[in-house]
Write a protein that binds this ligand. Structure first.
Ligand SMILES: C[S@@+](CC[C@H](N)C(=O)[O-])C[C@H]1O[C@@H](n2cnc3c(N)ncnc32)[C@H](O)[C@@H]1O
Length: 351
C-alpha cells in the first residue's frame, strides 16, 4: 500500500476488533478510505464494505483493493501486468513535470511509469480491472519515489529506493465476503453517507489544514491522466487551490463532522481522531454523546514524519525544532442502540 499520512496501519487490527465486537454487523462503511487498508481488512474479516473518498487516486485504490474481488481477476491482472511491464518508456508530460522539473522519481522510472500509464489508457480496461492495474502502478511508483511520504516536496539527493527499477505487483485482494459484494464511491463524505446503508460507519477524516490532494497531487494526476496546469517547485496541480475539503479547515471541520454524524443511519459510528486535530476530545464527546452510549479508546503512537525530521526552509536550512514526537489516537465508538452496546465487549458509558 502507498505511504500515506494518517493511514491507520498501526490501528487497523484494533479497528477491525471494534467492528467484530458487534455481532449483528455485516456491512461496514469506510467514509474516508485513503489507502483502503481499513476497508480491505474489514473485507478480509468477512464484512461487506462500502468505501468512499473524494480524491480520484484514493477512489481508484478503493476499487482496486476493496471493490475488486480475489478470484479469476487475479490471473487476468497478473497476465496484463506481465504485458504492461514491456510497455515502451515514454518521456512526455509526466516525466518532464515530475522527474525533470521536479525530482519525485528518477527519469528512467518516470518514463516507464508514463509508458505503462499510456498503455493502460489505450487498452480501455473495464472496471475493476482498470483500477486494479492503476493501483499496481501507483504502488509500484510509490516504492521508487524520492520523497518523505508526501508530495509537497522531494529529496535533494535521490532516495536509494528511487534508483531501483520499477516493479509491478498484483495489489492485495480479498475474496468476496459472505456478507455480500463490496463497492467504492467517489463523493464528498456528506453526500456519500446518504448512500451508505451500513451497520457500522467508520469515519477517519483529515485532522488538520493539510489537504490530501496537495500532499498526493502526483497520484491524482497519474490516475486522472489529464496533464493539468501545475505551479511551484512541487509542480502541484492548479486545482489544489480550488478543490477544498471542509474537514481541512478549523472553521468548518467540526460542523462537517457533526453533519455526517447527524445524517448517518448507521446504528454504530466509529470515529478516528487524534489529540492534535481541529476537534478536541471534549468537543467530539459532546458531538457523539446525544446519540447514546459512547466508548473512547486511546492509543499512543509516533507523530507524522515531518514532526520527527524538523522544520526546514526551501534552502534546506533548519528553521525550527519539532515539538513532541508522540501523540494519542482516539477511537470513539458511538452506539445509537443500547441493546447493541450491551452485546459489545467495549467500555461504553451512558450519556
Ligand atoms: C486520514 S485519511 C484516511 C486514511 C485511511 N483510513 C487509511 O488508513 O489509509 C483522510 C481521507 O479523507 C479524504 N477526504 C478529505 N476530505 C474529504 C471529503 N470531504 N469527502 C470525502 N473524503 C475526503 C482524503 O482524501 C483522505 O484520503
Amino acid at each position: 500500500m502507498i505511504k500515506y499520512l494518517g493511514s491507520k496501519r498501526r490501528l487497523v487490527a484494533d479497528i477491525v476488533r471494534i467492528f467484530r465486537a458487534f455481532p449483528h454487523a455485516r456491512r461496514i462503511g469506510d467514509l474516508f478510505s485513503g489507502t483502503s487498508r481499513v476497508g480491505l481488512a474489514a473485507k478480509r474479516a468477512g464484512f461487506a464494505v462500502i468505501a468512499n473518498d473524494h480524491n480520484a487516486y484514493a477512489h481508484t485504490l478503493a476499487v482496486g483493493h476493496v471493490e475488486a474481488d480475489d478470484g479469476p481477476l487475479r490471473e487476468v491482472a497478473r497476465a496484463e501486468l506481465a504485458r504492461l511491464r514491456d510497455a515502451p518508456p515514454h518521456h512526455g508530460f509526466f516525466t518532464r513535470t515530475y522527474c525533470d522539473e521536479a525530482r519525485f522519481f528518477h527519469p528512467d522510472n518516470g518514463a516507464r511509469i508514463e509508458g505503462i500509464r499510456e498503455a493502460i489508457e489505450a487498452a480501455g480496461y473495464p472496471r475493476p480491472l482498470r483500477q486494479v492495474l492503476l493501483t499496481a502502478l501507483m504502488e509500484a511508483a510509490d516504492r521508487v519515489d524520492s520523497t518523505c511520504g508526501v508530495q509537497m516536496a522531494y529529496l535533494k539527493a535521490w532516495a536509494p529506493r528511487a534508483l531501483r527499477p520499477l516493479e509491478l505487483r498484483v495489489p492485495e485482494l480479498a475474496p468476496q465476503p459472505a456478507a455480500g459484494p463490496c463497492r467504492a464511491l467517489c463523493l464528498d463524505a456528506r453526500e456519500a453517507v446518504e448512500h451508505m446503508d451500513v451497520d457500522v460507519l467508520y469515519v477517519d477524516p483529515p485532522y488538520n489544514q493539510h489537504s490530501y490532494l496537495s500532499n498526493y497531487h502526483v497520484w491524482e494526476t497519474l490516475v486522472r491522466w489529464d496533464a493539468p496546469a501545475v505551479y511551484g517547485r512541487a509542480r502541484k496541480r492548479t486545482d489544489c487551490r480550488t478543490r477544498k475539503s471542509p474537514f481541512n479547515a478549523k472553521a468548518t471541520c467540526a460542523n462537517a463532522l457533526a453533519d455526517v454524524v447527524h445524517r448517518t443511519r448507521a446504528p454504530v459510528v466509529v470515529v478516528s481522531f487524534n489529540d492534535e486535530g481541529f476537534v478536541t476530545r471534549e468537543a467530539m464527546e459532546a458531538m457523539l454523546r446525544p446519540r447514546g452510549p459512547l466508548a473512547v479508546l486511546a492509543r499512543e503512537g509516533p507523530r507524522y514524519i515531518g514532526a520527527r525530521i524538523g522544520i526546514y526552509d526551501p534552502k534546506g536550512r533548519k528553521v525550527g525544532t519539532p515539538g513532541r514526537l508522540r501523540n494519542r489516537e482516539f477511537l470513539y465508538v458511538s452506539c445509537a442502540d443500547r441493546s447493541l452496546a450491551a452485546c459489545a465487549d467495549l467500555p461504553f458509558t451512558d450519556p
